[in-house]
Design a protein around this ligand. Structure first.
Ligand code: HEM
Length: 420
């Protein structure tokens, strides 16, 4: 339904300017927005499940993972936090874009009346959206505390458990080899408040979490062994009982398959190696998180300043117009950083705690994979060039391309104060 709404109405929206009534066109625009939001919802419910696989269990009769509660999948707290954060990120991206295009028009003195209005709308909406993206980002961080402790510890480059009240590392140089963070500058209390909403609970560090993972890998070997016995004899009550005791850690046992064909043959050193595989790339996690969050706070500052200037009727202040143009790429950089954080932070798992990424790899040949990657890159690259070209052309043609020019001096250039 989401795809149907998006695909159908986006065409009507683009090509229906002169064919639909004003109300009809507005309706199609709303439908495109609804379709995009619904798409985001379903995509993030699927992604949220891969990060926190609730409402599903391994069925020993069919030997596969099956959904046990669709309701739990839908109302997965991780998916909800992701949905609101990502959608708010989309709203800031749109606001930064409209603010930037309005600023370009104002700087070049074209269509000042429309540009001033769209600048004001983008500033107000952008301020609300950029505040939401930070508040909801904080909610995403809180969701990690219970479900993806390792991801949280990695993005903080927190090697040891941080005692309560936990401090946040504002700056530091994480070193994955020595398991330490050089030149760390900490802000007291903040991490405790973000991660636990309290000042009396500690936040688990990477090294203690690796120790937990080691125990889980050992337990996973028991689950694997019980499963093999069940495969040989599905009626074996002992094997079933053993599996029930250790099923939660089956995925951890499967991590050993990177090193040995049968996890039951793994020695202590191999188990330790598998436990260390549960640590994602800490320096990358640390920096992409700070890049995303830094851009989040910068956007609030720019929208806040733009909003104040709009309120004071000083939209023609040059520095804010140039700033609005300069920050246009930032929401995309923040969003890509967010995705890197979410997806690299989930490694080594395709489905967290259940399916290691290397076991979920496709069985296609390398040649087939290259053909697919090159094909998609060319297709989407061409579409991106066409889309950007169309956007630039539409901006150059201005807001009256589909309407009559007003006769009240809209085309006249605005005068920017030389002092600004
Ligand atoms: C202080 C500001 C911010 C905080 C605290 C924050 C927090 C987070 C966290 C913790 C995640 C990882 C969620 C997960 O792995 O499940 C995330 C992901 C993400 N963030 Fe942010 N974020 C902030 C600002 C931004 C901004 C400004 C944007 C874009 C304009 C953005 C876009 C994204 C996207 C697209 C994702 C990936 C979707 C997801 O998995 O949730 N974030 N953010």
């Amino acid at each position: 339904m989401a795809f149907f709404l998006e695909a159908t109405f986006v065409g009507l929206m683009f090509f229906g300017w002169q064919k639909l009534s004003k109300q009809g066109h507005l309706f199609t625009t709303f439908m495109v927005a609804l379709g995009s939001n619904l798409s985001a919802l379903w995509i993030l419910i699927a992604n949220g499940w891969m990060q926190n696989p609730v409402g599903a269990a391994f069925n020993t009769d069919t030997m596969r993972m099956e959904v046990t509660s669709f309701r739990e999948v839908l109302f997965n707290p991780v998916a909800q936090a992701k949905f609101v954060h990502t959608v708010a990120a989309g709203y800031t991206t749109a606001s930064v874009f409209v603010l930037g295009v309005s600023a370009i028009m104002l700087l070049s003195g074209k269509w000042p009346r429309v540009a001033k209005r769209s600048f004001a709308v983008a500033a107000a909406f952008g301020l609300a959206a950029s505040l939401s993206v930070v508040v909801l980002g904080d909610e995403s961080g809180y969701a990690l505390t219970d479900n993806q402790k390792m991801k949280l510890a990695a993005l903080e480059a927190m090697w040891e458990t941080e005692p309560a009240p936990a401090g946040l590392t504002a700056f530091g140089i994480p070193d994955q080899k020595t398991h330490s963070t050089h030149a760390a500058i900490k802000i007291p209390y903040v991490l405790g408040l973000i991660a636990t909403r309290s000042l009396d609970r500690p936040v688990a560090g990477i090294l203690p979490l690796v120790a937990v993972a080691e125990t889980r890998v050992e337990n996973g070997v028991k689950a694997y062994d019980a499963l093999e016995r069940l495969k040989a004899n599905p009626a074996d009550p002992r094997a079933r009982a053993d599996f029930e005791l250790s099923r939660r850690d089956l995925g951890y046992g499967l991590l050993l398959k990177r090193y040995v064909a049968d996890p039951r043959t793994a020695d202590k050193a191999t188990i330790q190696k598998a436990a260390w595989d549960t640590v994602p790339d800490v320096p990358v996690m640390f920096w992409v998180f700070r890049l995303m969050a830094g851009i989040g706070f910068l956007q609030i500052a720019v929208f806040g300043a733009a909003f104040v200037l709009v309120t004071l009727r000083r939209v023609d202040t040059r520095w804010i117009l140039w700033t609005a143009v300069a920050i246009m790429p930032l929401p995309w950089i923040a969003a890509e950083s967010g995705w890197l954080l979410a997806e690299l932070g989930r490694q080594p798992w395709a489905v967290a705690g259940v399916l290691p990424t290397f076991l979920g790899a496709s069985s296609l040949t390398v040649a087939q994979l290259w053909t697919t990657i090159i094909g998609f890159t060319l297709l989407y690259g061409t579409l991106a060039v066409v889309e950007v070209g169309l956007i630039v052309r539409t901006i150059k043609r201005g807001p009256y391309a589909h309407h009559d020019q007003p006769d009240d001096g809209e085309a006249a250039a605005i005068h920017l104060s030389p002092a600004e």
